[in-house]
Design a protein around this ligand. Structure first.
Ligand code: PRP
Length: 214
């Protein structure tokens, strides 16, 4: 795309990203939550926003279809960070990636026995690496949402999911048994664009850095 395209994801992260962009002087001319447009112009003639599914943000930036993006560390861990420069922790979208089980499930005993367990997650790559590092044998089940249901429905012994307030775990009688990573949203930059569009990108990166520090 001509100019600079910034890839954002819908939902919770967008609510925190728009005020940050506004502090950096970038304001969309239409409300992304309301508009049906997928490419939103901003008050900067050369800067547009593209609003995507969270998991697609690193893909767009990796291939240079967007120059910049805002992506959760969880999404980046799952996607892999090849071709992506991550210059800035934006300090928004803070939460944790954890392993959780039904309350009363003997997690310590399961780990100690080396029992084979089933783990449901949308973060199958992160989960695979985490349990491989621990030397645990797990069967991974890929899900796309409502992970908390899996242990209740007998689909899995454990889940790997994000926890913010802990309210969803509590409401479903689940408990956190391990923390895998602490999560926040990162600015990601296409590495080639950093060279080819340096003059346009550097001032934006500086403004975003100042907006984070504010
Ligand atoms: C996330 C996560 C948990 C919930 C945790 O889901 O998957 O379900 O938030 O938040 P809490 O600890 O404050 O209760 P989200 O609402 O982002 O939707 P998703 O299932 O589409 O990921």
């Amino acid at each position: 795309m001509p100019g600079v395209a910034i890839a954002l994801s819908k939902g919770r992260i967008l609510d925190e990203t728009l005020p940050l962009l506004a502090r950096a002087g970038i304001v969309p001319t239409e409300d992304p939550e309301v508009s049906r447009k997928l490419v939103l112009p901003t008050n900067h003639a050369g800067v547009s926003l593209v609003v995507l599914r969270a998991q697609d943000v690193p893909t767009y930036v990796e291939y240079g279809a967007a120059d910049l993006g805002v992506a959760g560390k969880d999404v980046l861990l799952e996607h892999g960070s090849g071709g992506l420069y991550q210059p800035l922790d934006l300090g928004i979208g803070r939460c944790r990636l954890v392993v959780a089980t039904r309350r009363g499930f003997d997690w310590a005993g399961t780990v100690q026995r080396g029992a084979r367990i089933r783990v449901a997650s949308k973060y199958v790559r992160v989960a695979r690496e985490h349990f491989a590092d621990k030397g645990m044998h797990v069967d991974l089940i890929k899900l796309y949402g409502s992970m908390e249901l899996a242990p209740l429905a007998g689909l899995a012994d454990a889940i790997v999911d994000l926890v913010s307030s802990g309210g969803t775990l509590r409401a479903n009688n689940l408990v956190e048994v391990e923390e895998i990573a602490s999560i926040s949203s990162r600015l990601i930059v296409n590495q080639a664009a950093l060279k080819t569009k340096r003059e346009q990108l550097m001032p934006l990166l500086e403004k975003l850095e100042a907006a984070v520090a504010k």
